[in-house]
Design a protein. Structure first.
Length: 123
């Protein structure tokens, strides 16, 4: 049995993840998303980490989170150094991890009331 603490007023909690499928709140997704406590950007373009471009990161950066989690799919794969440089230049903390770990970390941080966003590739 698994328990998750939900903060009142925080609708965007990740309820489940499997490659190709993500559940946020009561909704299920089969395409990549960007999520924060108050924002959900559906049908985020990259479906694989190799497709990620600087333009793809702009919606996540526009949320101005303290921390951006990048879920790279079933395995941890780092994007190109040029893309990481964009994150450094934006002065936003970030972590790259597999999507399962990114979902868990997102839930912990959002549960603590942290200003976090997660860009999740669901491949």
């Amino acid at each position: 049995m698994k328990f998750n603490l939900d903060r009142p007023g925080t609708p965007n909690v990740v309820r489940g993840y499997a490659p190709g499928q993500l559940r946020i709140g009561e909704r299920e997704f089969a395409r990549s998303v960007i999520v924060s406590a108050t924002t959900l950007i559906e049908d985020w373009r990259p479906q694989h980490i190799d497709e990620l471009t600087a333009l793809d990161l702009e919606p996540a950066l526009a949320l101005k989170p303290q921390v951006l989690l990048l879920g790279s799919g079933a395995r941890q794969v780092f994007p190109s150094p040029a893309l990481l440089a964009q994150l450094y230049a934006a002065r936003i903390g970030f972590e790259v991890m597999d999507t399962r770990a990114a979902c868990r970390t997102y839930n912990v941080l959002v549960g603590e009331g942290r200003d976090v966003a997660a860009a999740l590739i669901i491949a």
